[in-house]
Write a protein that binds this ligand. Structure first.
Ligand SMILES: [Zn+2]
Ligand SMILES: [Zn+2]
Length: 182
């Protein structure tokens, strides 16, 4: 079975412990091998000087063209702030049913209370699983505990679990059988 690749493309150095937490949960949730891809290549031309943010759509385009060999899906993880034109910011973006997804840590430290590193990593794990879920064809879920629920703020992210609900798990397994693991 081809693997899910996790690729740190942030501006700062990678936090190996954090990436390892994401890797383990991704592997568990999607019942697939998940590996960390070490490559110094970074997307270029994604920065919008007017907004002071990076275009997540352009990052996805770059990622789709730079898939590591043997990758079933590739999730880019970054520390820069992401946007799509109609929104102030996004936590991440994915190609629905495609191969590329991106998730950012830039907003995950937000919140009214003091945010611990453990909380930031828990949030990153959830958003990583969420975006990868989209690449497997999963759409947003109505259950607020499900990782596929759409989160518009940190309270929403904190409320959900890092795993698929029973319904989404059934859909996921059906799609795998349809050949999404190619
Ligand atoms: Zn989503
Ligand atoms: Zn669900």
């Amino acid at each position: 079975m081809a693997a899910i690749y996790l690729w740190w493309i942030g501006a700062d150095a990678a936090d190996r412990d954090l990436l390892e937490q994401v890797r383990q949960q991704v592997g568990r949730t999607f019942e697939a091998p998940a590996v960390l891809w070490d490559d110094p290549s970074r997307p270029t031309g994604t920065y919008d000087t007017r907004r002071g943010q990076h275009s997540s759509t352009q990052i996805l385009r770059w990622l789709a063209a730079h898939q590591p060999p043997g990758a079933m899906k590739t999730l880019a993880i970054t520390d820069v702030d992401l946007f799509i034109p109609v929104l102030t910011f996004v936590y991440g973006e994915a190609q629905l049913g495609g191969r590329a997804a991106v998730v950012s840590m830039a907003r995950l430290g937000d919140g009214t209370a003091r945010v611990s590193p453990a909380m930031v990593s828990a949030r990153l794990v959830k958003e990583a699983v969420h975006e990868l879920g989209h690449t497997f064809g999963l759409t947003h879920c109505g259950s607020e505990r499900c990782v596929m629920t759409r989160s518009v703020n940190m309270a929403g992210v904190d409320r959900k679990a890092a795993v698929l609900c029973a319904d989404c798990r059934t859909v996921y397994r059906d799609r795998l059988l349809e050949g999404y693991d190619q």
